[in-house]
Structure formats: C-alpha cells, structure tokens
Design a protein around this ligand. Sequence first.
Ligand code: 7PM
Length: 260
Amino acid sequence: MGILNVTPDSFSDGGDFFSPEKALLHARQMVKEGAAIIDVGGESTRPGAAIISIDEELSRVIPVIEAIRAEIDTPISIDTSKAVVMRAAVEAGASMINDVRALQEEGALEAAAELQVPVCLMHMQGGPQTMQLAPDYDDVVLQVKSFLHQRIECCIAAGIPRELLVIDPGFGFGKELVHNQVLLKRLNELLEFDVPLLIGVSRKSMISQMLDLPVDERLYASIALASIAVWQGASIIRSHDVATTLQAIRVSYMCRTAEN
Ligand code: 7PM
C-alpha cells in the first residue's frame, strides 16, 4: 500500500503532493513501482495536528481520487474517519476504507456497512491530539487484541462481513517505543482473528527513538521493520517507499512461505 498524503503539513513528505497534479504524478510513480493499493489521506493524523472540516477534507481528497481513477486501475483506499468522506470517496472511485478510528465516529459504521467495501480497523489509544502524552498498557498486545476483537464483532453485527475486514495495531498511535517493539515482536498473536493484517511503520518516530535519525533518513530501518512484519504474517504494508520496500517484503514473504 503506497501512501499518498494530500495534506499541506504531512510530517514525512512536507506536503509535497498537495496539489491534485502532483498527487497524480506520485500515484503513477507508486503504481509503476508495484503498489497494489494507493492510500489517499487528506486529514493529518500526526500527534497534535489541526482538526480539519469535512469540506476541507473533501476538497483535498475527492479531486485526487477522481484523477487517479480516471487513468489507473489500482485500488484506492480512503484514509478517513468521517462517514461523509467515506461515501464521497467510494462514489469517486475508492474501493477501500482505512480508518485510524476503526469506524467509531458518528455514522462511520453505518456508512461502511452500506458501502460494502474492505475496511481497515486500526487501534489507537486516545485521540490524535493527546495520544502520545502518556500511553499506558498492562499488556499492549492483549489490549490491542481485545479492542480489535470488539471492533470486528461490531462490524459483523452491523452487516460488514469478516471477509471485508483488515486489522492494524496502529504503530505510533498512543504507544511508547516499547509498546511498538512488543507489538512487532508478538505480531503473530494478531493472526488469530483470521483477518488480514495491515502494518504502517514507514518513517515513523519509533525509528528515531531507536536510531536518532531525521525523517528523510529512516528508509533502511523502515524496511527492516516492514520485513519483520511480513515475516510475522502481515499481508499489507503501508509505505512511502514502494519499490525498495517491496523488494524486501517479497523476499521475506517467499522465505516465510517456503516448503520443502
Ligand atoms: C504520526 C503518526 C504521524 C502516524 C503520521 C502517522 C497509519 C495509518 C497513518 C497506520 C493505518 C503515517 C501516519 N499511519 N493508517 N495512517 N496504519 N492503517 O505515518 O499505521 O503516515 S498516518
């Protein structure tokens, strides 16, 4: 899954792809590099980032989705928590929802159930404004599992079949370094729901916490984390760097699934 941020303030690409023209160029490039999904996001979920209006989010993502859909067949996912944006994005050509709030916002569960597209349910402790202030867990893996289990059951009860669900432990979302490390170490425990696992570690601050590297120098470490995730059973890797990450995760996957 290639990341296409259409925000003026993204932490890792400085809003480089904010105009629809630039976004389209970037989407084309990621598809050429082998992306299977393009994840379009207009709302920055960076800790402490400004909350934006529905109209602002729509005006960022809808023209980009339409432009991509007009010339590229690659599935587009919409990174949003808002029901209105989910509906408009799917109408414009998106075929997946990626929700860091796991369909907990008003109307989101109903919208996703009506749209009947795949949905990624992500775990976050707290909200984007406050999540990094004091992350706290007794057992991070068990708590993330219990949250995802509860959201999976809510989705199924609302009429979203298990076959449309994807889960994500939400690296960096209300987690300290050790929580992120333990989640990766025990990632295989999340396979028990029989739902594909999506992982986002690309350029994240957990890398700077371990290696003290600026955001534009986190590629090798991002790739190491992505290959561990695939080794542990992750099915979808959300990344800024498609070609290089794909090389690593392909070999990781081939070794994991080899049989003699
Ligand atoms: C701080 C934390 C800044 C996270 C930026 C981010 C994920 C996502 C994002 C993820 C899924 C980033 C993010 N991260 N959606 N959206 N999983 N499903 O690094 O890990 O792009 S935003």
